[in-house]
Design a protein around this ligand. Structure first.
Ligand SMILES: *[C@@H]1O[C@H](CO)[C@@H](O)[C@H](O)[C@H]1NC(C)=O
Length: 166
Protein backbone atom coordinates (compact mmCIF):
# COMPACT_ATOMS: atom_id res chain seq x y z
CA UNK A 1 0.00 0.00 0.00
CA UNK A 2 2.66 2.41 1.11
CA UNK A 3 4.99 1.31 -1.65
CA UNK A 4 2.24 1.63 -4.27
CA UNK A 5 1.60 5.17 -3.07
CA UNK A 6 5.22 6.14 -3.02
CA UNK A 7 5.85 4.74 -6.48
CA UNK A 8 2.85 6.70 -7.72
CA UNK A 9 4.40 9.74 -6.08
CA UNK A 10 7.74 9.04 -7.73
CA UNK A 11 6.02 8.67 -11.11
CA UNK A 12 4.29 11.98 -10.55
CA UNK A 13 7.55 13.68 -9.64
CA UNK A 14 9.28 12.24 -12.70
CA UNK A 15 6.44 13.50 -14.89
CA UNK A 16 6.60 16.93 -13.29
CA UNK A 17 10.38 17.14 -13.69
CA UNK A 18 10.16 16.05 -17.33
CA UNK A 19 7.50 18.67 -18.00
CA UNK A 20 9.67 21.29 -16.32
CA UNK A 21 12.72 20.30 -18.37
CA UNK A 22 10.72 20.38 -21.60
CA UNK A 23 9.39 23.82 -20.73
CA UNK A 24 12.87 25.05 -19.93
CA UNK A 25 14.20 23.70 -23.22
CA UNK A 26 11.39 25.35 -25.16
CA UNK A 27 12.07 28.59 -23.32
CA UNK A 28 15.78 28.33 -24.03
CA UNK A 29 14.98 27.96 -27.74
CA UNK A 30 12.74 30.98 -27.72
CA UNK A 31 15.13 33.13 -25.76
CA UNK A 32 18.03 32.19 -28.02
CA UNK A 33 16.10 32.97 -31.21
CA UNK A 34 15.05 36.25 -29.66
CA UNK A 35 18.66 36.99 -28.78
CA UNK A 36 19.86 36.28 -32.30
CA UNK A 37 17.45 38.84 -33.74
CA UNK A 38 17.61 41.26 -30.83
CA UNK A 39 20.40 43.52 -32.07
CA UNK A 40 19.38 43.47 -35.72
CA UNK A 41 18.02 46.63 -37.31
CA UNK A 42 14.72 44.97 -38.24
CA UNK A 43 14.02 42.38 -35.52
CA UNK A 44 10.48 41.42 -36.57
CA UNK A 45 11.64 40.84 -40.14
CA UNK A 46 14.63 38.92 -38.73
CA UNK A 47 12.37 36.56 -36.75
CA UNK A 48 10.43 35.77 -39.90
CA UNK A 49 13.71 35.02 -41.68
CA UNK A 50 15.27 32.72 -39.09
CA UNK A 51 12.05 31.03 -37.87
CA UNK A 52 13.01 28.82 -34.92
CA UNK A 53 16.69 28.42 -35.80
CA UNK A 54 18.63 28.58 -32.56
CA UNK A 55 22.24 28.88 -33.63
CA UNK A 56 23.92 31.63 -35.59
CA UNK A 57 24.99 29.39 -38.47
CA UNK A 58 21.55 27.91 -39.11
CA UNK A 59 19.92 31.30 -38.64
CA UNK A 60 22.29 32.98 -41.10
CA UNK A 61 21.77 30.21 -43.64
CA UNK A 62 18.00 30.47 -43.32
CA UNK A 63 18.20 34.27 -43.64
CA UNK A 64 20.39 34.13 -46.77
CA UNK A 65 18.10 31.56 -48.38
CA UNK A 66 15.20 33.93 -47.74
CA UNK A 67 17.07 36.73 -49.50
CA UNK A 68 17.84 34.46 -52.46
CA UNK A 69 14.15 33.68 -52.92
CA UNK A 70 13.16 37.35 -52.64
CA UNK A 71 15.92 38.41 -55.04
CA UNK A 72 14.68 35.90 -57.64
CA UNK A 73 11.18 37.36 -57.27
CA UNK A 74 12.54 40.89 -57.61
CA UNK A 75 14.51 39.94 -60.72
CA UNK A 76 11.43 38.45 -62.32
CA UNK A 77 9.35 41.55 -61.56
CA UNK A 78 12.01 43.89 -62.93
CA UNK A 79 12.39 41.84 -66.10
CA UNK A 80 8.66 42.36 -66.75
CA UNK A 81 8.71 46.10 -66.02
CA UNK A 82 8.24 48.57 -68.85
CA UNK A 83 10.45 51.63 -68.86
CA UNK A 84 13.88 52.90 -69.80
CA UNK A 85 15.60 49.72 -70.94
CA UNK A 86 19.15 50.90 -70.26
CA UNK A 87 18.25 51.73 -66.65
CA UNK A 88 16.28 48.54 -66.12
CA UNK A 89 19.13 46.46 -67.55
CA UNK A 90 21.46 47.84 -64.87
CA UNK A 91 19.07 46.48 -62.24
CA UNK A 92 18.58 43.17 -64.04
CA UNK A 93 22.31 42.60 -64.16
CA UNK A 94 22.60 43.77 -60.59
CA UNK A 95 20.22 41.02 -59.47
CA UNK A 96 22.42 38.40 -61.14
CA UNK A 97 25.48 39.78 -59.35
CA UNK A 98 23.57 39.84 -56.06
CA UNK A 99 22.45 36.22 -56.54
CA UNK A 100 26.02 35.19 -57.28
CA UNK A 101 27.28 37.03 -54.15
CA UNK A 102 24.54 35.36 -52.08
CA UNK A 103 25.52 31.92 -53.40
CA UNK A 104 29.14 32.63 -52.53
CA UNK A 105 28.07 33.70 -49.03
CA UNK A 106 26.28 30.34 -48.60
CA UNK A 107 29.48 28.55 -49.67
CA UNK A 108 31.53 30.71 -47.30
CA UNK A 109 29.11 29.80 -44.51
CA UNK A 110 29.53 26.09 -45.27
CA UNK A 111 33.31 26.36 -45.11
CA UNK A 112 33.17 28.40 -41.90
CA UNK A 113 34.76 31.47 -43.52
CA UNK A 114 33.07 34.20 -41.50
CA UNK A 115 34.97 37.22 -42.98
CA UNK A 116 34.02 36.14 -46.52
CA UNK A 117 30.38 35.65 -45.51
CA UNK A 118 30.46 39.24 -44.30
CA UNK A 119 32.22 40.71 -47.34
CA UNK A 120 29.95 38.90 -49.77
CA UNK A 121 26.83 39.99 -47.90
CA UNK A 122 28.13 43.58 -47.83
CA UNK A 123 28.62 43.30 -51.58
CA UNK A 124 24.89 42.53 -51.93
CA UNK A 125 24.08 45.90 -50.32
CA UNK A 126 26.39 47.65 -52.83
CA UNK A 127 24.75 45.72 -55.68
CA UNK A 128 21.32 46.96 -54.61
CA UNK A 129 22.61 50.51 -54.19
CA UNK A 130 24.00 50.43 -57.73
CA UNK A 131 20.48 49.98 -59.03
CA UNK A 132 19.06 52.69 -56.74
CA UNK A 133 21.83 55.16 -57.69
CA UNK A 134 21.45 54.53 -61.41
CA UNK A 135 17.80 55.58 -61.32
CA UNK A 136 18.51 58.49 -58.95
CA UNK A 137 21.24 59.88 -61.23
CA UNK A 138 18.89 59.70 -64.23
CA UNK A 139 16.13 61.39 -62.19
CA UNK A 140 13.93 58.41 -62.99
CA UNK A 141 11.49 56.76 -60.65
CA UNK A 142 12.85 53.49 -59.33
CA UNK A 143 10.40 50.65 -59.93
CA UNK A 144 9.86 48.20 -57.09
CA UNK A 145 11.51 50.55 -54.63
CA UNK A 146 9.76 48.78 -51.75
CA UNK A 147 11.14 45.43 -52.84
CA UNK A 148 14.68 46.83 -53.00
CA UNK A 149 14.27 48.41 -49.56
CA UNK A 150 13.06 45.07 -48.21
CA UNK A 151 16.06 43.29 -49.74
CA UNK A 152 18.39 45.83 -48.12
CA UNK A 153 16.71 45.33 -44.75
CA UNK A 154 16.95 41.55 -45.10
CA UNK A 155 20.63 41.80 -46.03
CA UNK A 156 21.30 44.13 -43.12
CA UNK A 157 19.73 41.54 -40.80
CA UNK A 158 21.84 38.77 -42.32
CA UNK A 159 24.98 40.81 -41.71
CA UNK A 160 23.98 41.21 -38.06
CA UNK A 161 23.36 37.45 -37.81
CA UNK A 162 26.66 36.66 -39.56
CA UNK A 163 28.45 38.85 -37.00
CA UNK A 164 27.32 36.31 -34.39
CA UNK A 165 28.97 33.40 -36.19
CA UNK A 166 31.77 31.77 -34.20
C1 LIG B 1 33.43 36.49 -51.42
O1 LIG B 1 34.08 35.39 -50.84
C2 LIG B 1 35.24 34.94 -51.57
C3 LIG B 1 35.72 33.68 -50.90
O2 LIG B 1 34.84 32.64 -51.21
C4 LIG B 1 36.25 36.02 -51.56
O3 LIG B 1 37.40 35.60 -52.26
C5 LIG B 1 35.68 37.25 -52.23
O4 LIG B 1 36.57 38.30 -52.13
C6 LIG B 1 34.36 37.65 -51.59
N1 LIG B 1 33.71 38.64 -52.42
C7 LIG B 1 33.61 39.90 -52.09
C8 LIG B 1 32.89 40.77 -53.03
O5 LIG B 1 34.07 40.34 -51.07
Amino acid sequence: MVSARSSALVALMVAATTALLLTQQADAGRVLTGDLCKNTDFPALCSSMVKSKVNAEKATKSAINNIILKTREAKLSTSMTKGDKSLLDVCNEMYDTALSDLDTAVQNLKSGDKPSVQTNLSAVISDLETCVDTFAEANAKLPYEKMINLLEQMTSNSLALAAKLP
